[in-house]
Design a protein around this ligand. Structure first.
Ligand SMILES: [Ca+2]
Length: 471
């Protein structure tokens, strides 16, 4: 091949920005704005949900690549984040629950922000990124994390700001009501303050010598559903559609049950799983989504105002999905698609804007992807795979399967099915070609035997990789 032809092919390839990144020096490397949204399921305007008001996330999707089948590795905050930030799968002995510490359970493995810090980036953590704000602080961050979620205690993420809410705290319900809608400014709640801090950081770091890796973690729409009233006003109660499939899946094993987190908050007299409960909870969740959407919009506006949008990779991810009343289930935790599927949008200079990828990717793939996009060296321990090729050509197939665990078992998702195996031996198989809502567990149907044995083998393969040495 002649040199000219090689150059032309390189320039013609949609992914040429990645090739350029390989030779980037620290001073001309792309910045990264890394936006984490807690408990956000992919029910957004840009994911086809017209009833959700998310203009800013929709705008980001138009500027980037939207992943329609991105899966978390554990449908609980702490383990999901530990997996993404360490680049390692959760296993039967690692990243088990919210007591997780990457510095203990993946000791010696450089974290995602740590890899950027080592490569000369200035790395900053605002809000909820690691589940424990003090996890891997010295190796991950250039500055002490700004975190109001765990401290100070007088304004944690569950602190109510409606004076009326005080009457709903007491007895067994020390956590306050599960929703409130006071007429307060955005900055009253933690997320508004994290947004302000991140805007200040963008202004401070935009002109710096070093590129930045700026992480901004919003806690809504995580429970409790507290958001300023104007975001509730976007959703008249009479127009809220509730889940249609309110029964447990047919042939569901007893290990499959709803999370109970919402019941640790005061119900304000709304009977659990009544139609009204479904309506109020959905309305509160959507209000919180629109609240964080507005905050993301302010970050994007700041990038534009500073003139650094074309030098910044923006990635927006949710740490797992959520059951919003489907099967009468609430919350995360389950090995069902609604708990496991995450929103994921990546906008990087040089890649097809307004693209969507149907191929399967995993949140664990973000670490090697961001390394490839920026030219930051990827450590050898990573178990995920860069999805930059899918950003260059969104029609390419994704992974054969995504793998995830919860406290009771493990699951894999392929383009056709979800298969789960509990530690008790109980199994589930949902046929996503005909039953995306997962209403019937077909694992015992004789005609599925071949699929089940193929899924078992595939899961064993991935588990062998996941259980492999962390180093
Ligand atoms: Ca979460």
């Amino acid at each position: 091949m002649t040199k000219l032809l090689a150059t032309l092919l390189l320039l013609a390839a949609p992914g040429y920005a990645a090739a350029a990144a390989d030779t980037a020096t620290p001073s001309n490397r792309l910045n990264v704005l890394f936006i984490a949204i807690d408990d956000l399921r992919p029910e957004l305007g840009c994911y086809g949900a017209d009833h959700v008001v998310s203009p800013n996330l929709d705008r980001l999707a138009v500027e980037g690549v939207r992943f329609n089948n991105a899966y978390c590795q554990f449908p609980v905050c702490g383990p999901s984040r530990a997996s993404l930030l360490s680049g390692l799968y959760a296993t039967s002995s690692r990243f088990l629950d919210n007591n997780v510490l990457v510095q203990r359970e993946a000791a010696g493995c450089r974290t995602l922000p740590g890899a950027f810090k080592k490569a000369g980036y200035h790395t900053v953590s605002n809000g909820k990124i690691f589940h424990a704000a003090d996890d891997t602080v010295g190796s991950s961050w250039s500055e002490p994390p700004f975190n109001l979620v765990t401290s100070p205690r007088d304004n944690n993420h569950a602190t109510p700001h409606d004076p009326e809410s005080k009457q709903y705290v007491g007895g067994l319900k020390q956590r306050g009501p599960f929703f409130e809608s006071p007429d307060v400014p955005d900055g009253t709640y933690i997320d508004g303050q994290v947004c302000e801090k991140t805007i200040d950081d963008l202004k401070r770091l935009a002109g710096g010598e070093a590129p930045f890796f700026l992480a901004c973690g919003f806690v809504r729409p995580h429970l409790p559903f507290y958001a300023p009233q104007r975001y509730w006003d976007l959703y008249p109660a009479s127009r809220i559609d509730i889940a249609q499939n309110r029964s447990a899946p047919v042939n569901a094993p007893r290990e499959l049950r709803s999370g109970s987190e919402i019941r640790t908050y005061h119900d304000r007299g709304v009977e659990y799983n009544s139609d009204e409960f479904h309506r109020v909870a959905r309305r509160g969740y959507y209000a919180c989504v629109s609240y964080v959407d507005a905050l993301v919009g302010r970050l994007m506006d700041t990038l534009d105002d500073l003139g650094i949008r074309d030098r910044t990779v923006v990635v927006l991810w949710g740490d797992h999905g959520w059951q919003l009343g489907e099967h009468d289930f609430w919350g995360k935790h389950t090995l069902l698609r609604n708990s496991l599927r995450s929103p994921l949008i990546v906008s990087a200079p040089g890649y097809t804007p307004d693209a969507e990828v149907d191929g399967i990717v995993e949140l664990i793939d973000l670490y090697p992807t961001l390394c490839e996009l920026t030219g930051v060296p990827a450590p050898g321990h990573l178990q995920g795979k860069s999805f930059v090729p899918l950003m260059a050509d969104p029609t390419l197939p994704g992974k054969a399967a995504a793998y995830m665990r919860n406290t009771r078992g493990a699951a894999i998702v392929t383009p056709e099915s979800l298969y789960a195996e509990y530690d008790s031996g109980a199994e589930m198989l949902f046929d996503h070609r005909n039953d995306l809502d997962e209403d019937v567990n077909v694992v015992s149907q004789p005609e599925r035997a071949e699929t089940v044995s193929r899924m078992r083998a595939l899961m064993a393969q991935i588990e062998a990789l996941a259980e492999g040495s962390a180093e």
